[in-house]
Ligand binder design. Structure first.
Ligand SMILES: [Zn+2]
Length: 140
């Protein structure tokens, strides 16, 4: 072998080869350094993507536990399961009954009177705050 240092593969060449974008050329076939690096990268890649070994006993135990949980869920009836829904329903009925028992009161609250007066004021709405600031507080 006669290695030619001036034509060794660059990092980009190795990366492109790793992702299948560059085919092995004559240099890689003849250069032991580059060929060993390509083989090392391929070996690391193969080790990384190798699926883990799972013993069949572990899978069987996992399957058994899943079936046990499914059986517990299907036959488990708990009296508190509907407690939240019943409490919400009772609260809703209580609020509706309370709302119906209160007759609508007269709208003589000062707040509503003021809002009604502002709504019926012929002045443009934009100057109403200014009028409120400079206006008389004691109309006579
Ligand atoms: Zn080389």
């Amino acid at each position: 072998m006669n290695p030619r240092p001036e034509s060794h593969w660059t990092e980009d060449d190795f990366i492109q080869s790793f992702y299948g974008l560059k085919a092995e050329d004559e240099h890689v076939r003849s250069c032991t350094d580059c060929a060993s690096r390509v083989q090392k990268m391929a070996a690391v890649h193969a080790e990384v993507v190798r699926p883990p070994e799972v013993p069949p006993e572990l899978l069987a135990e996992q399957r058994r536990r899943i079936h046990q949980r499914m059986e517990l869920i299907s036959r488990g009836w708990h009296p508190l399961r509907w407690a939240g829904a019943l409490a919400a329903m009772a609260a809703l009925v209580f609020v509706l009954l309370l709302h119906r028992s209160n007759p609508p009161g007269p709208l003589n609250d000062p707040f509503f009177t003021e809002v009604s007066a502002m709504d019926q004021n012929p002045a443009p709405r934009a100057i109403q705050p200014i009028e409120a600031l400079v206006g008389d507080d004691n109309p006579e």
